[in-house]
Design a binder for this molecule. Structure first.
Ligand SMILES: Nc1ncnc2c1ncn2[C@@H]1O[C@H](COP(=O)(O)OP(=O)(O)O)[C@@H](O)[C@H]1O
Ligand SMILES: [Mg+2]
Length: 339
């Protein structure tokens, strides 16, 4: 193994990734599982749909994962209300577990302090029969994974999404929070194309990072920055790497590395050069390719140093794309032959 990664860490990583890949192969969806190295998960718990949680009437299930279920709810005191909300209920098997519980408390604390158009808004938090829950604004739409599967956004639409994600990250980082689990499933899109960053279950805030144990690896391996794989504490620039992977997928429809085995997976993130996005799609502007490749630099110092810097680059790229399209339109209207 290259780059002096400790044998123990590599072994742990390999076990972790193998388990993840095994689950992935078994799973009907292509969603890479989130890993919690520090916790044990009991997937066998049967989940019965509750009728009411706290003072919220359950209307249906939006999504169900290993650590939480997200329900569509309406206030029980106004059951006919058209205003619905999303309620994330922590899995009971995890509620009793200290690490998982403190993660959920962290999510509540972080969401409380974050009010931004591009971050999912929190309404209240509570406990129901020993299970923690968060009530959030309901994002009527799709997560980015579903959007990529079902929609075919134009280049300008994709750039607009990317800019909104950068804005969300900038707001998050400004508060000293690192998301640590950026991936398409945790980025929501409304029906009118507004981005809402979600799932702060793994996020950490400056002073809280101290409680993260050395060598604790949390996140989704497919979107993990090389420094995180090496066992370093992820920082804002690790979020930017993960966003580079998300944007690669958004703009090309595939991942930047061809990895078959766990070892190849790790090596690719640590040492392999990503396949240049324009080799996947020759019509992509050079500026978009340059942005993605800079985000995917192995060395955090070589990446954009802030989400704001990234946002500026994306805005310049969007202006260029729109400018070219407008010039072509004007030329067409003037009867000039354009390619
Ligand atoms: N506020 C919300 N509005 C609509 N759907 C949501 C909301 N929050 C989460 N979801 C859906 O539920 C899924 C899982 O939520 P998430 O917070 O990521 O939980 P987990 O910790 O289980 O990954 C998301 O991918 C999204 O599809
Ligand atoms: Mg999630």
């Amino acid at each position: 193994m290259s780059r002096g990664i400790g044998t123990w860490l590599r072994t742990r990583l390999e076990d972790l990734l193998e388990a993840a890949l095994t689950r992935l192969r078994r799973a009907p969806s292509t969603t890479p599982p989130t890993l919690y190295l520090a916790s044990t998960q009991d997937d066998s718990t049967a989940r019965v749909k509750p009728v009411q949680i706290g003072s919220w009437k359950v209307l249906g299930v939006i999504a169900s994962g290993a650590s939480a279920t997200v329900f569509r709810v309406v206030p029980a005191w106004a059951p006919a209300s058209k205003q619905h909300y999303a309620l994330k209920l922590h899995a009971s098997s995890l509620s009793a577990e200290r690490d998982a519980r403190s993660r959920f408390h962290r999510e509540i604390r972080i969401l409380k302090g974050l009010q931004h158009r591009n971050v999912v808004g929190m309404v209240e938090a509570g406990e129901h029969r020993g299970q923690l829950f968060i009530v959030m604004e309901l994002v009527e739409g799709r997560n980015l994974r579903q959007a990529l599967d079902h929609q075919k956004p134009q280049l300008t639409g994709k750039l607009d999404w990317a800019i909104q994600i950068a804005r969300a990250l900038s707001a998050v980082h400004r508060r000293g929070v690192v998301h640590r689990d950026l991936k398409p499933e945790n980025i929501l899109t409304t029906r009118v194309g507004v981005i809402k960053l979600a799932d702060f279950g793994l996020a950490v805030q400056d002073e809280l990072q101290k409680i993260t144990r050395v060598g604790l690896l949390v996140g989704t391996p497919a979107y993990m920055a090389p420094e995180t794989m090496m066992g370093h504490e992820p920082g804002p620039r690790s979020d930017l790497y993960s966003l580079g992977l998300v944007l690669y997928e958004l703009f090309t429809g595939c991942m930047p590395f061809k990895a078959q085995t766990v070892g190849e997976f790790i090596d690719a993130h640590l040492a392999a050069a990503p396949v240049p996005p324009r080799r996947r799609d020759a019509s992509l502007p050079a500026s978009v390719e340059a942005i993605i490749l800079r985000l995917l630099e192995k060395d955090p110092d070589a990446r954009y140093q802030s989400a704001d810097e990234l946002r500026e680059a994306l805005e310049a790229s969007l202006a260029e794309v729109v400018g070219i399209a407008r010039a072509a339109q004007e030329a067409r209207e003037a009867g000039v032959q354009v390619a």
